[in-house]
Design a protein around this ligand. Structure first.
Ligand SMILES: Cc1cc2nc3c(=O)[nH]c(=O)nc-3n(C[C@H](O)[C@H](O)[C@H](O)COP(=O)(O)OP(=O)(O)OC[C@H]3O[C@@H](n4cnc5c(N)ncnc54)[C@H](O)[C@@H]3O)c2cc1C
Length: 403
């Protein structure tokens, strides 16, 4: 359930092992995941540590500047309580081991897929971070348990922190590639919103009264996986495929934008809004910030995505009642999707154990009857089609125009 990048990788691992797989996706496969910049930071978990002591203050400063917004209802009580417990604390023992493995496995999977055919613009190249305190960042990296390789450098006429273990890909091209592999292995992509699972039979209920029988169900529905009691919040962001010419891959900490050069185009992303609503107008600010950095450019495509973040920023892969859940990768969903999909597939096949990534660290999950449909649409309506948007956006989360 859920054809985002985690669900697609779980399906790929299952299909490679000969399982008969159906991916149930309410919209287009990869609809939310494709918004991502496509930066892979295999050894840099620090960007997910939203429970670090100083994070709330810097997030509030961003919100006061207008570069982030918080919408009522985006956070549930369970998320807030778990956040207060996780705030300023180190993760449980074994977590860093788990995260190191996620990075190593994922890098080797992307490399292997690119070696077989690099039709998704995979490249290992440095990521520049500008607009921050480079000296402090170098010092922090020295203390980082994942030992990221960093150095001081220069980008866009500014001093930068250069992260040397980075890679990048085209999210749109990768989704096409993985869908092709899935279809080649006989997997079905079913366009329908999943409403729930009958625990006794394992049957999945779909909108329109249809059902899908299954021996095992993996729920990778992004932030909507919170319907199972796993605390994940929607940190919304926007991605644009543009005609901008960028010479290097960079993140600007002051304006909150990321830029990834691709063949003849660039990906521009931004915003980290606590917001699951249908108003996408902050996307305009991302474009403005992008044009301040890169000059004027054409925009070919826009996508809206929701980073599913747990209170401690670490992902969850676990059994919850009769299903397996995989979510919570936050800013690093693409980076760790190959490994998280692997873990989810193993659990679905009755192998392995969740270890440090278990949902139990946030208290006992709900389990029993899964009614994900009850959480569909933050306004309480069943929203399976294109998201509504302000008048300047055609009624689709993905569209094409030339500026
Ligand atoms: C602007 C932006 C930039 C980002 N940049 C990066 C980056 O550079 N590198 C990186 O590693 N990560 C990045 N991320 C984070 C990454 O995109 C996410 O972590 C990742 O998309 C999460 O994947 P997911 O499959 O868990 O969930 P999602 O991408 O949220 O996918 C969940 C899917 O489930 C479907 N679904 C939901 N409910 C149902 C239902 N009831 N029935 C059927 N289907 C359902 C949804 O339609 C969706 O397709 C970025 C995110 C954003 C928003």
């Amino acid at each position: 359930m859920g054809g985002g990048i985690l669900g697609l990788f779980a399906a790929l691992h299952l299909a490679r092992e000969g399982a008969d797989v159906a991916v149930l996706e309410r919209g287009e496969p990869g609809e939310w995941s494709r918004a991502a910049a496509g930066i892979l930071e295999f050894t840099r978990f620090s960007i997910n540590r939203i429970s670090a002591r100083g994070y709330p203050a810097s997030y509030l400063r961003m919100a006061l500047r207008g570069d982030a917004r918080i919408r009522a209802g985006a956070l549930g009580a369970r998320w807030v309580l778990s956040y207060l417990r996780a705030w300023g604390r180190e993760p449980p023992s074994g977590m860093w081991e788990a995260v190191r493995w996620l990075g190593e496995y994922s890098r080797s999977e992307y490399r292997a897929m690119a070696e077989a055919s690099n039709d998704f613009e995979y490249a290992e190249e440095p990521l520049h971070e500008v607009g921050g305190d480079v000296g402090a960042a170098l010092e922090e990296a020295r203390r980082d348990p994942l030992s990221p390789r960093v150095e001081a450098g220069e980008c866009c006429g500014m001093e930068s922190l250069v992260y040397l273990d980075a890679a990048r890909l085209s999210t749109g091209a990768f989704i096409s590639r993985i869908l092709g592999e899935l279809r080649g292995l006989g997997a079905r992509i079913v366009r329908a919103a999943a409403l729930g699972v009958r625990p006794a039979s394992g049957e999945v209920l779909l909108e329109g009264g249809r059902t899908e029988g299954a021996d095992a169900v993996v729920v990778a529905a992004g932030y909507r996986t919170r319907a199972l009691g796993v605390p994940v919040a929607p940190f919304k962001g926007y991605g644009f495929l543009t005609g901008a010419r960028a010479r290097a891959m960079f993140v600007d900490l002051r304006s909150g934008i990321a830029v990834v050069p691709l063949r003849g185009r660039s990906k521009l992303t931004g915003r980290f809004d606590l917001d699951a609503g249908g108003d996408h107008s902050p996307a305009l600010r991302v474009l403005r910030r992008g044009r301040e950095a890169l000059g004027d450019f054409a925009v070919y495509e826009m996508a809206v995505g929701y980073r599913p973040c747990t209170p401690d920023g670490f992902p969850v892969v676990d059994r919850v009642g009769s299903v397996v859940v995989a979510t919570g990768a936050c800013r690093l969903g693409w980076t760790y999707a190959p490994a998280l999909g692997r873990l989810a597939a193993d659990l679905a096949l009755g192998r392995g154990s969740p270890g440090a990534l278990g949902a139990g660290r946030f208290g006992p999950p709900r389990g029993g009857v899964l009614r994900i449909g009850s959480d569909i649409g933050s306004e309480g309506t069943l929203k399976c089609g294109p998201q509504p948007g302000p008048p300047w956006i055609p009624p689709s989360t993905r569209y094409t125009w030339r500026a």
